[in-house]
Ligand binder design. Sequence first.
Ligand code: CA
Length: 713
Amino acid sequence: MKKLIFFASLIYSLSLFAQQAEYEHDYMFFENSLMSGSYYYSSTSCRGGSYINNIQGKIPVSDEHAFTAPNSLMLDFSKGDGNWEAKILFEKVRGNDFFKESHHLSFWFYPDNTGEELYPDISIGPGKEAKSSEKLSFVPYIEKRKKGGWIFVKIPLEVFGIKDAEPGEIVFSGNQVPGNGRIFIDQVELYPMMEAAEGIAPPDITARGYERHVDITWPHIADARVKYLKIYRSEDQVNYRPVGIQRPYYDRFTDYTGESGKIYHYRVSLLDYAYNESRQSQTAGASTRTFSDEELMDMVQEASFRYYWEGAEPNSGLARENIPGRKNMIATGASGFGIMAIIVGVERGFITRDQAVQRMKKIVSFLGGCDTYHGAVSHFIDGPTGKTTAFFGKYDNGGDLVETSFLYQGLLTARAYFDAKEKAEKEIRNGITCLWEAVEWDWYDREKENKFLTWHWSPDYEWHIDHKLIGWNETMITYILAMASPTHPVDPAMYYNGWASQEERAREYRSAWGKTPDGSEYTNGNYYHGIKLDVGVANGGPLFFVHYSFLGMDPRRITDSYTNYFENNRNIALINWRYCSENPNKRRAVSGEFWGFTASDGPWGYRALEPLKEKENGTMAPTGSLASFPYTPEQSMGALKHMYREHGKYLWGEYGFRDAVNLDENWQARIYMGLNQAPVVIMIENYRSGLIWELFMKNQEVAEVLKNLKESE
Ligand code: CA
């Protein structure tokens, strides 16, 4: 009997191990820079008579030479007395925190007529548990394999005195020999022990042209031995040149050429972990042409929708926090947004209703079995197991009422949408009602004073995080759903006693958050850039305040004692647009056509930015202007065209616009975020047809609460 249990647990841990491996990332220092010019995650320095060519202290990117298209890094140096140094910094991508075990440091280099005696020294470090290593010559570790003048180098980590560590930088520097040299380096990584893959064959591909880009797609590749797909393009069907690589994590590659009215032909091959290349696939062709406004909106909606469709965590069918990111972790608020995006996907013909029904059945079934805390879900959940992931730290291991409200905004929209008589849709509706009725919103009225809702509760740490929900911000939906609950409602008086509270602690909270008394009484009343703001802290705050609660909840139908929220939201969007038009900090990216400060990834991590000189750093997130479409259709359409046509080369990708860009820093986000893609899909739809607003407002319990908002003071 004991033996049986032992074997059972062995099988269990083996399957966990297999699962774990699937979620691990390569420890990559450099494969390609999204931006031309300088490489953001690098730094250079020089002393005495030595010099390294640099762009404002960063390593230049070469579009001329590449081992993997489209670029490499150029080390163009001159060694005299003193020395030069070029560091490649590890780009910490949110949630990329599990890595394959590495045994070597490897890279490819192109010597460009530089003699071996001038090859730079190399060292590693420092980082998590890793100290700086000694400098050494990589010449003894040059392998025989050469490709098109590129040479492979593979150095065992023991040589550096480093093992099982996560170093922060790879450093190249001059050796003892004086002279000038120029080498190009590419694919700098900690190399996992992966065998060469025999007999891998490329998938059949299809290509579809848009205005200035082509999407090349293929059936999902599950073979873990495949490191990359290599994409070739031809304009004459004779000469095919590599234009990029893609991880099999994605089922498509977006080739932004910037030109319409062109015909392109594509082929792909596969690369294994030893950089052996398979044969090429069949050819697929597509053409680009100028798109109408309607077609451009379809294009942006469909691409952003794919984040939740193709990019979903497979077991739950729900949305990941960011892509690339933790492959097994879902974010519950983003998932609620994703459900609404999937409904748009059906109505716009991106998928069939039956496909959406199958997905919703999976989602409802998953949510019925995952961890909940008095009915509320946690912020992050492990997709394969349904267990809470405390991604934001140990105290965040319980219920998150705000994320719960974002999720239920989506679920209640789906309950209204899947209204057919047939069994599957009925099961979806009943399943959602069952989940909705189980959420104990009143538990989160911690003090039972009918005042403030509390954001988090944990079974281990209870109310430790102690964050009270006080408006104006993105959490209006949390109060409205808590008031609307058919089973565990809070007192409607909490709208004015908590959310819009006039108590001293509420005023202090708002002043501390906004760093100004403006809006500390919930109402504001000042003019900013010539526009009156009824409600809002500072001059309105980041734009996600006018998006997250109003994806389903129709602001045209929300009027309380202070304002109508469509008008107020529109004014917040207009203030943001006017600030960007004026661009007082003279940011490179910012203008009346590239506008909308909100929360996003950035060169210094995830931050919420506001249209104030001291509260923005030039990072522009496309979701800001695009999710404002119903409020500012003209300015949002202007931004859509400008971002796609002028900045598409780096900003446009597999799931639409990447999260953000900062041109002052020559930085482009690698990721797409679950919270930022769906609002684009949904709010463009609310502008075009009002669909999601109409569906969500069909929920009678919500409509009742909103109808009585003004009178309940
Ligand atoms: Ca490259």
